[in-house]
Design a binder for this molecule. Structure first.
Ligand code: BES
Ligand code: MN
Ligand code: ZN
Length: 504
């Protein structure tokens, strides 16, 4: 968990601003930004002389920390490279902000003023520049050291940031951006915290308790939790089949958010919450199995999104279901060849107990359909290794039976810097799921594994406008930087902001 930072916006700030650190951009070819020019003038050419000496060329992401300039009251000046002036795009602007934020966390400044929000970026209004600055700063500031007996390294000392805005008339948009940005960053932090928490602590009951805690913080958010007995009574046997091997009982966590004008058919989210995926009897190899604690990142993104939506008080009706289970081998575990009946009535031959995500999601989708008759359902899951092979770690896989919904999700991801890429859901793939003994098998072979997983889910969403996000490649990082990314909270919150008709 990360301590808090206060970010504000202010107009009319200049080179005379007192601060622990001023942040200004420089372009390539010795070209100074507006704010850098002002600092240069105040310091009688000192800044330009330093840049000319060649310590910073102005390439994107370069930084140079200077101690006090002459006649400039700020203690430090952080100079940040912004690339070629006329080539500044929103993607490059994000990199500038990320580099500045990362460097700031290494300084001792507790309070800073950034002039990066007055850079000219085509098509980026003040709202976006401010929101991106908030999100980049919070991203750089995130730490997860709850489980270190000694805090690793120094905690970021940055407590206060002021974003310099050109004109006072832009302040209302900036204020809106500060509020939305903080709500989204809080949602991202929550998703990361839940996902990073080890699986001996973060089990289905823990998730259910955290859901109740979240609902206590927002009057507009309600939560209910189904236990195994209720699932059995309803007939959720594909979900129950996954939980059988574990000593941890399963939970179905159900959120309902009602904002103003939040009546009518809801938008539904369904997040895969496998708190640890050993593979079950079809057990996984040992290498990197620890990363299967991240198999609840879909659920975590639903937590983060519901938190952000409640904090932004969006005028929407949003419901969510999180099937939470632990997938373990054991004497009572489901076997390959077992046949179970889903809540929908369709039967499934479980050929591979490691294809468990689709088994819990299908019952959760049917449950949500029957209880809420939603206008739209989006499920989010670390569903297949095949999706990582297809798209790598940059794009989330997107599947949908309704193209306008797919387009809206793609556009939201593009705007939020959290992109998805659509893969086909063609009829031709469906026959890979044929079973000689049941209505379908739970696996469709190696070829097109991400697609046949989506095909499986589509059989439970025939009457719905539905989309599926496979986040196996994007929800967390491996290796030295191991940890949850918080994706796709930015995509989902943007999708809902768009649905709420909030201008970008
Ligand atoms: N949780 C995994 C998918 C996964 C793999 C996520 C790697 C992140 C990284 C999922 O439950 C799974 O095991 N899928 C199998 C499906 C197969 C048995 C059809 C897979 O991808 O190998
Ligand atoms: Mn699995
Ligand atoms: Zn899994």
């Amino acid at each position: 968990m990360t301590s808090s930072i206060r970010i504000a916006a202010k107009s009319g700030l200049g080179a005379g601003t007192r601060s622990g650190c001023l942040v200004v951009g420089v372009f390539e070819n010795d070209k100074l930004t507006h704010a850098a020019t002002e600092l240069d003038r105040a310091s009688r050419g000192q800044l330009r002389a330093i840049v000319r000496r060649g310590d910073i060329e102005g390439r994107i992401g370069q930084t140079l920390l200077l101690q006090a300039l002459d006649n400039v009251p700020a203690q430090r000046v952080l100079v940040v490279g912004c690339g070629v002036a006329r080539e500044l795009t929103d993607a490059r602007y994000r990199r500038v902000l990320a580099a500045a934020a990362a460097r700031l966390m290494e300084t001792g400044s507790s309070e800073v003023v950034s002039f990066l929000s007055d850079l000219p970026v085509p098509d980026l209004e003040v709202y976006w520049k401010v929101r991106l600055a908030v999100e980049a700063t919070r991203e750089a500031r995130y730490r997860f050291d709850d489980f270190k007996s000694k805090r690793s390294g120094r905690a970021p000392s940055l407590k206060r940031m002021t974003l310099a805005i050109d004109e006072a008339r832009q302040l209302p948009a900036a204020e809106r951006a500060l509020h939305d940005g903080a709500a989204i960053a809080n949602g991202i932090d929550l998703a990361k915290d839940l996902a990073n928490t080890p699986p001996n602590i973060c089990h289905p009951t823990y998730l259910a308790n955290r859901a109740k805690e979240l609902a206590r913080r927002h009057r507009s958010l309600k939560v209910s939790v189904l236990e195994a007995a209720q699932m059995r009574r309803l007939g959720m046997h594909t979900l129950l089949a996954v939980a059988r091997g574990s000593h941890q009982p399963p939970r179905l966590i159900v959120f309902e958010y009602k904002g103003a004008r939040g009546s009518g058919k809801p938008i539904a989210l369904v997040g895969k919450g496998v708190t640890f995926d050993t593979g079950g009897i079809s057990i996984k190899p040992a290498a990197a199995m620890d990363e299967m604690k991240f198999d609840m990142c879909g659920a975590a993104s639903v937590f983060g999104t519901m938190s952000a939506v409640a904090e932004m008080k969006l005028p929407l009706h949003v419901v969510a279901a999180i099937p939470a289970v632990e997938n373990m081998p054991g004497g009572n575990a489901t076997r390959p060849a077992d046949i179970v009946t889903s809540l929908s009535g369709q039967t499934v031959e479980i050929l591979n107990t490691d294809a468990e995500g689709r088994l819990i999601l299908c019952d959760a989708i049917t449950y949500i359909e029957r209880r809420y008759a939603p206008q739209t359902v989006v499920d989010i899951a670390t569903l297949t290794g095949a999706c990582v092979i297809a798209l790598g770690n940059h794009a989330t896989g997107l599947f949908s039976n309704h193209q306008p919904l797919a387009d809206a999700l793609l556009a939201a991801g593009q705007a939020a810097g959290d992109r998805a890429w659509q893969l086909p859901l063609w009829e031709e793939y469906q026959s890979q799921l044929d079973s000689p003994f049941a209505d379908m098998a739970n696996v469709g072979g190696r070829e097109g594994g991400a697609i046949t997983a989506a095909c499986f889910l589509s059989r439970f969403a025939r009457k719905l406008q539905w989309a599926h996000l496979d986040i196996a490649g994007t929800a967390y990082r491996s290796g030295k930087q191991k940890g949850a990314t918080g994706r796709p909270v930015p995509l989902l919150t943007q999708f809902l902001l768009d649905r709420a008709g909030r201008s970008r």
